[in-house]
Design a binder for this molecule. Structure first.
Ligand code: ATP
Ligand code: MG
Length: 576
């Protein structure tokens, strides 16, 4: 069991990390008899996001690597915010990322056991029923510099505590009237150890236990014991729980149960992105986005719809590493991994987003040719396809300038360019509408350049994409930009909330893009590279008569550029 051969389907780790080293050491010392068992414990109060992907890759990835297993456990101790919809989406997202759990579990399945353990702690004089209100508990708690004050109810007898706790359970008291607290130390330097609340009264229906319970365990009381019950060896969570670890260990020791160990790692933060279910829920509820799976959302369902691949996400997570200090990763780095993966797998096609009509005056009217186009230069097995060519084509408006600025090598009057997979053309004249806008460009072509090369060896400086006007079809294309315009969306002026940082231009809808006919058969989820433009995928909003595409990511890779340029903070991170 001590070897570390990854299962073949698991991507090789790019670099080691301190969590893996802890596991190796535990295996060396035989701390858990060679077992490695982890859990991923989402609260079903929202959809998973890219930050969760990091935790999932760590929990499942390390367990796979050491031939252990991982439980998917819903941390459903908070009846008011949890829903079955979230339970289902979370399972779908974990599977999409490429992982499979050994056991599907719910913290709510442990409610009886947790209750029995609470009774055990009361009997041992380690827990008491407290009548202070939530506000009073807070005030008695003290501060980082001052010790707390003991609750006047702290020294109730065991009998009185047992009686009151039982009556809390049977529903005799209203919400918030009493709590059960651990009796630890009101002067402890760590505030979490100052008689933390174990149970609160909430008369609310639970998504699984219905109305059976009206007292619910706090996260800190439920989490370690759930880990222990499942014999979790390495319980990874984010750094904000570091201060909770002494309490995690206190409960386990006080109960004398299996000693799971909590290990904290850095939370993923991304520029231009908010990773918080609560805030993402607000965006959904206020209608700022079209739902949890809006392609601008950092949720796994959103980026899946946008066209990101699980492979890209796993590579990204492997490259950002795992540390003990929180930082912020550039969104550009995530996009880099998306491009890198799509570059390998996405077939190339031609599409014109902002069409400009081009008439090739010396090309025979009514004639159509089938040009051979390469499907994927990265994949010889992907083959070629035929793309129809004719006298009238569309090119991008951006690919023509009547008065070209210096250094502009695309089409302009008198200039010759190559049409991808077709001919050289030279612009001769333009037709304008009454507003003076160019609506048509007239060109000539050189029949000797079929396939893209001139027999006389003359060169052109630019190759542009096109579609045949007679054969292209119209589609809607949704172009996305960052959801937030600020690098740190949480940086908000006094008195306002993060929605002020929403980017008003995060979605641009192009309704009359012109696509090459081979795309007509696309179905939801299909991914393509639109040559020179970016990666796109078919959106589920598509109908047989009208396809809708999402731009997954544009082609320009600012992160790769930074990497190859001068050093800088990021170069210490990823690998190119
Ligand atoms: P949020 O703040 O978005 O609600 P959370 O931490 O409350 O996140 P949970 O459902 O409790 O969400 O998280 C399940 C697991 O995912 C936890 O172990 C948590 O530490 C981890 N996790 C959540 N957000 C991140 C993140 N940004 N980076 C890494 N791990 C994360
Ligand atoms: Mg949480």
């Amino acid at each position: 069991m001590n070897d570390a051969n990854p299962k073949p389907e698991v991507a090789a780790p790019v670099q080691s990390n301190f969590v893996r080293e802890i596991i190796r050491e535990d295996l060396r010392t035989n701390k858990y008899n060679g077992r490695v068992w982890t859990r991923f414990p989402p609260e079903p109060n929202g959809y998973l996001h890219i930050g969760h992907a990091k935790a999932i890759c760590l929990d499942f990835g390390l367990a796979d690597e050491f031939r252990g297993g991982t439980n998917l456990r819903f941390d459903d101790t908070n009846p008011e915010k949890e829903e079955t919809e979230y339970v289902e989406s979370i399972q779908e997202d974990v599977r999409w990322l490429g992982f499979e759990w050994e056991n599907l579990l719910y913290a709510s399945d442990y409610f009886q056991q947790l209750y029995d353990w609470a009774v055990q702690l009361i009997k041992a004089g380690k827990a008491y029923v407290c009548d202070l209100s939530a506000d009073e508990v807070r005030r008695y708690r003290g501060t980082l510099t001052e010790p707390g004050k003991e609750s006047p109810y702290r020294n109730r007898t065991v009998e009185e505590n047992l009686d009151l706790f039982a009556r809390m359970k049977t529903g005799e008291f209203p919400d918030g009237a009493r709590t059960l607290r651990a009796k630890i130390d009101m002067a402890a330097p760590n505030l979490n150890m100052r008689d933390p609340v174990m149970y609160r009264i909430v008369h609310a229906e639970h998504h699984r236990t219905g109305n059976k319970w009206c007292i619910y365990p706090m996260y800190d009381y439920a989490h370690g014991q759930s880990d222990s019950l499942e014999k979790i060896t390495h319980s990874m969570c984010t750094l904000e729980f570091e201060d909770h670890r002494p309490l995690y260990n206190w409960y386990i020791q006080a109960l004398g149960i299996f000693p799971s160990q909590q290990i904290e790692f850095d939370r993923l933060n991304l520029t231009y992105t908010l990773l918080s279910k609560r805030k993402l829920l607000q965006l959904v509820q206020e209608g700022r986005v079209r739902g949890w799976d809006d392609p601008r959302m950092p949720t796994l369902s959103g980026i899946r719809r946008r066209g990101y691949t699980p492979e890209a996400l796993r590579n990204f997570v492997a490259n950002i590493g795992v540390t003990k200090t929180n930082g912020t990763i550039e969104l550009a780095m995530l996009e880099h991994f998306v491009r890198e993966d799509l570059n390998r797998r996405a077939p190339r096609v031609m599409a014109v987003l902002k069409p400009l009509k081009v008439v090739i005056d010396n090309y025979p009217e009514g004639r159509t040719e089938e040009m051979d186009a390469v499907n994927n230069p990265e994949d010889a097995g992907a083959g070629t396809r035929k793309v129809p060519f004719g006298r009238v084509i569309y090119i991008e408006q951006d690919d023509f300038r009547e008065d070209p600025p210096k250094g502009y090598f695309r089409l302009s009057p008198g200039k010759e360019v190559r049409l991808r997979y077709a001919y050289f053309i030279t612009a001769k004249s333009v037709v304008k509408n009454s507003q003076g806008e160019i609506v048509e460009v007239h060109c000539t072509y050189d029949p000797a350049t079929r396939g893209g090369n001139a027999p006389d060896g003359r060169k052109v400086k630019s190759t542009i994409h096109w579609v045949s006007a007679d054969h292209a079809f119209d589609a809607e294309v949704r172009l996305y930009d960052n959801l937030f315009s600020k690098e740190n969306p949480g940086d908000v002026p006094e008195g306002q909330d993060f929605t002020v940082n929403l980017n008003p231009n995060s979605l641009e809808i192009v309704t009359n893009a012109k696509l090459e006919p081979s795309l007509k058969t696309g179905t939801a989820g299909d991914r393509y590279q639109f040559e020179r433009l970016g990666y796109f995928c078919v959106d589920p909003d598509s109908t047989p008569g009208k396809l809708v595409f999402n731009r997954t990511v544009a082609l320009k890779d600012t992160w790769a550029k930074k990497q190859s340029g001068a050093s800088g903070q990021l170069s210490a991170r990823g690998k190119e």
